[in-house]
Design a protein around this ligand. Structure first.
Ligand SMILES: [Zn+2]
Length: 249
């Protein structure tokens, strides 16, 4: 899970969302009313999905697992619990159908003081709550919120752990190639940088970019080590950024 910047909603879309919220309210503000209105709100959902896809990384990947294509609009706070937040933009995230329907479902754990115990990548910095162990591919937690996030989103399910292990190997190989081209002043270096930033499991690339220099030798191999400093410097200076992507798959 990586931090994502939530974009603002165009005025016309906000008007549409407000109109649908009014309809939910007029229909009794129940979970059933929310579900019925959500089913009917095709134009609103299309617009929300386009906005979410523009915020997601790579080919509109799931904002929770960073692996599969984000196909569903997830209600971060489930509409069964908060019918009046069904059409509220900050409550919408892009999820793959597996994360949305098979893993998270209607879970929304709360702490004793009533605050949400799930990391919202568009509102929280996941790194405050979670850390990724690059070699094992597993997430660990710094906080209760991190622990519940791993549990509810199934972040350590075997397919994701294996995928991250493979992504780490691939990321190191691509970084080495990027570094060689970058040193030669070859413009193809840009394509390798984009391939890294748009890859599935971009949380692995995100974590590699943030390896502390004094720990790098313990985490990456000797061949990758020289690439890390230049990559991090250019990334932090804003010279390496993912291209604005379209919403096409
Ligand atoms: Zn997912």
């Amino acid at each position: 899970m990586i931090p994502l910047q939530r974009c603002s909603v165009p005025g016309a879309t906000q008007t549409l969302l407000t109109r649908w919220t009014t309809r939910v309210q007029e229909a009794g503000a129940t979970a059933q009313a929310a579900r019925e209105q959500w089913t009917r709100a095709r134009a609103a959902k299309d617009q929300v999905k386009q906005l979410l896809e523009s915020m997601a990384h790579g080919a509109a990947r799931c904002m929770y697992c960073d692996d599969s294509r984000g196909t569903d609009i997830d209600h971060f706070q489930p509409l069964a619990q908060a019918p009046l937040r069904t059409f509220v933009w900050p409550n919408h995230l892009l999820a793959c159908s597996h994360c949305n329907s098979n893993v998270k479902r209607d879970q929304y754990p709360l702490s004793a003081d009533g605050s949400c115990l799930l990391v919202d990548p568009t509102a929280d910095d996941p790194a405050e709550h979670l850390f990724l162990l690059l070699k094992s591919g597993e997430y660990g937690h710094h906080t209760d919120k991190g622990r519940e996030t791993i549990r509810v989103f199934g972040l350590n399910r075997p397919d994701l752990v294996k995928g991250r292990q493979n992504a780490f190997i691939t990321a190191c190989a691509v970084l080495q190639r990027w570094h060689a081209l970058h040193q030669d002043g070859d413009p193809d270096a840009h394509r390798y940088a984009q391939a890294l930033l748009e890859s599935p499991f971009v949380d692995v690339v995100h974590t590699v970019t943030r390896i502390q220099p004094d720990r790098a030798a313990m985490i990456v191999d000797r061949q990758t080590l020289p690439a890390l400093g230049p990559w991090r410097s250019l990334y932090e200076a804003g010279h390496i950024r993912r291209a604005e992507h379209t919403t096409a798959s």
